[in-house]
Design a protein around this ligand. Structure first.
Ligand code: AKG
Length: 199
């Protein structure tokens, strides 16, 4: 795993540095600390204005309520201006046109998402999937799809985590429940129509 800092993000000499870790020969994860400066303002804006909904999903033959809330912008044009700007910056950096996004709200440390790959939104063999964290710090774990030791990140408010290469097929990620109390956290997940169709 290489921890060498990459060239500056967005060409800004004073901007944050991206730290890329190679998970294996085909997959990587990048952590960009303090990617968003006004993270608290953005967090409160999104908390108060997003159309949060409770979703459920089928698991092992039964419908379960997801332990978090979600709000989706299928068309980036409907998203708050700040998120549109961030999507544009990501498009410039990664060469992927991010044209929609969804937000997750983890209300407290009991909320979580289990091990998964973003199968529906990232169907290409190689995808670049950025996730912005706002609010409380939570663990973000990755492990090989077939099982094995996990790689642990703990993005704080304003940090960006980017999964690349074959992360969505060869690897799984999750945000586990915490045993110690945590306040609310929002994750902003940037998606691209171009990545939702297979190679
Ligand atoms: O909340 C996160 O950091 C990740 C969310 C995620 O993986 C998802 O919504 O598919």
């Amino acid at each position: 795993m290489s921890d060498a800092p990459l060239p500056l993000f967005g060409g800004d000499e004073e901007g944050p540095r991206a730290r890329r870790m190679h998970l294996d020969a085909h997959s990587w994860v990048e952590h960009v600390p303090e990617w968003v400066a006004a993270a608290d303002d953005l967090f409160h804006e999104l908390l108060g204005t997003s159309a949060w909904e409770q979703r459920s999903r089928w698991m092992y033959g039964r419908k379960v309520t997801e332990p978090r809330l979600t709000a989706e912008h299928r068309d980036l044009a409907t998203a708050p201006g700040m998120l549109r700007d961030l999507a544009r910056r990501l498009t410039e950096r990664y060469g992927v046109v991010y044209d929609r996004l969804w937000l997750n709200l983890y209300r407290d440390h009991h909320d979580s998402t289990g091990w998964h790959g973003d199968g529906a939104s990232a169907r290409r063999r190689e995808c670049v999937v950025p996730v912005l964290s706002l609010g409380a710090a939570r663990r973000f774990l990755l492990r090989p799809t077939g099982g094995g030791p996990s790689t642990r990140l703990r993005p704080v408010s304003g940090d960006l985590v980017v999964m690349g290469g074959r992360c969505q097929t060869d690897w799984r990620h999750c945000v586990p429940k915490e045993s110690t109390p945590a306040g609310p956290r929002i994750s902003v997940n940037f998606a691209a129509s171009s990545q939702s169709v297979p190679d």
